[in-house]
Design a protein around this ligand. Structure first.
Ligand SMILES: CC(C)(COP(=O)(O)OP(=O)(O)OC[C@H]1O[C@@H](n2cnc3c(N)ncnc32)[C@H](O)[C@@H]1OP(=O)(O)O)[C@@H](O)C(=O)NCCC(=O)NCCS
Length: 147
């Protein structure tokens, strides 16, 4: 059974593994560990039969959800797992009273842009040459208030 749940201390290895598999600039062990410990962090994992297949790292600060990382095992991509993670993060933040969500995404990351657009995010700005390789960042946001 596929399930989304908050990440815990024992998920550290799985989270680091996803970082290495999915990103050219993986977060360090200390960085990921902080996501599991700090009060404003809202890390999620999606698992099937106890095996972690994807993760989402986000902060809830000042009534806003900031999504920092979404990672799905490359062998499991394009099967809706990223969508499950984003939907769960938005729903949980809404339940905690957040009224807005933000994220930044590389302008050349078509898969991630498609995912966020499908989940109601719109482009709020463009940060020119934001990444180390001069790629632009698309700043995206959506409201979490109902109605
Ligand atoms: C981005 C990521 C999390 C998406 O996870 P996923 O499980 O594949 O997501 P989903 O299956 O829910 O949705 C993927 C969407 O991308 C679309 N897509 C796939 N390849 C695409 C491409 N080359 N161009 C445009 N859209 C594409 C899919 O059709 C789907 O959209 P749809 O449901 O509207 O059709 C995953 O690809 C990943 O881990 N990438 C590496 C890390 C990363 O870039 N993370 C995002 C920035 S933090």
């Amino acid at each position: 059974m596929m399930q989304v749940r908050p990440a815990r201390e024992r998920d550290l290895e799985a989270l680091l593994c996803l970082e290495a598999l999915c990103f050219q600039d993986p977060w360090t062990s200390d960085g990921v560990r902080a996501e599991l410990e700090q009060l404003h962090c809202r890390p999620l994992v999606v698992e099937r039969d106890g095996v972690v297949l994807g993760s989402l790292l986000a902060w809830l600060l000042g009534g806003e959800l900031q999504i920092n990382r979404v990672a799905v095992d490359p062998a499991m991509q394009n099967q809706g797992l990223g969508g499950l993670l984003v939907a769960a993060a938005l729903e949980r933040a809404q339940a905690e009273g957040a009224d807005r969500a933000y994220l930044e995404v590389r302008a050349d990351n078509a898969q991630a842009l498609a995912l966020y657009l499908r989940h109601g995010f719109g482009q709020a700005g463009l940060r020119k040459k934001y990444y180390h390789d001069d790629m632009d960042a698309v700043l995206m946001t959506r409201s979490l208030t109902i109605g």
